[in-house]
Design a protein around this ligand. Structure first.
Ligand SMILES: Nc1ncnc2c1ncn2[C@@H]1O[C@H](COP(=O)(O)OP(=O)(O)O)[C@@H](O)[C@H]1O
Ligand SMILES: [Mg+2]
Length: 224
């Protein structure tokens, strides 16, 4: 059974009097354990699609099954629970809280999962060590390089043991050497922990390392 099953997904934004059809019938099936790259022109709807896959936005039409469940039938509480327990997000701009330490940033999502505080810290430490940030745990994001911040963001996404990682241009703000270090972390996680990973990227070098690539073109996805 596919983890993600999208059929004829559409998304139309209404801007004033204008309707903008961003997604025009996206079909996509992602099996558990896959590592998928989504490529395509800027403004083509890749982030819109990622937000729909991660329940941050809802489609205008079409059907979405996540882990066998019809997403359309889930209420906001169900969506929040599944998002919290099964999905880890990683963004181009890291989106860490600047006034919290790396350790606190990684611990925070665990508060919402009801993990007791002594366990939160232990888990967060493990995850930071896993991404090579064991010696920077009490640093604040502004004291870290871009690559280090992205490592912390990955640790944060991993702290709840997600079954799906959604990474929207995770290396877009990094130089090529650091990009590769971050990419190696994603490759390792996918290989070792079988975490299903969907990654938007502009970088052909990153795309080539994913086992499967699809391209967003004119509001639809095509296999590459
Ligand atoms: N919340 C929104 N309201 C209106 N238009 C939006 C919104 N989000 C994205 N768009 C428009 O949808 C199109 C696709 O955007 P996006 O999904 O961010 O593309 P990509 O990630 O491929 O660059 C763009 O034209 C963008 O301006
Ligand atoms: Mg985008």
């Amino acid at each position: 059974m596919a983890l993600i099953e999208l059929s004829s997904i559409t998304k139309t934004y209404h801007i004033g009097e204008m309707d903008v059809d961003v997604l025009k019938g996206v079909d996509l099936s992602v099996e558990a354990g896959e590592l998928l790259a989504i490529m395509g022109e800027s403004g083509g709807g890749k982030s819109t699609l990622m937000n729909i896959i991660g329940f941050l936005d809802s489609p205008s039409g079409g059907a979405y099954k996540f882990d066998g469940e019809d997403v359309d039938h889930l209420d906001d509480n169900d969506l929040a629970r599944i998002r919290n327990q099964k999905i880890g997000f990683i963004f181009q701009q890291f989106n860490l809280l600047p006034r919290l330490t790396a350790l606190e940033n990684v611990s925070l999502p665990l508060v919402y999962r009801g993990v007791p505080s002594h366990q939160r810290e232990k888990l967060a430490e493990q995850m930071l060590k896993r991404v090579g940030m064991g010696d920077r745990m009490t640093h604040h994001p502004p004291e870290l390089s871009g690559g280090q911040q992205q490592r912390v963001a990955i640790a944060r996404a991993l702290s709840g043991s997600p079954s799906l990682i959604l990474a929207d241009e995770p290396t877009g703000a990094l130089d090529s050497q650091v990009s590769q270090e971050i990419m190696d972390i994603f490759l390792d996680l996918n290989r070792e922990k079988k975490i299903t990973t969907v990654m938007v990227t502009h970088d052909p070098k990153v795309g080539r390392q994913c086992r499967r690539t699809v391209r967003m073109a004119d509001g639809c996805l095509v296999e590459v």
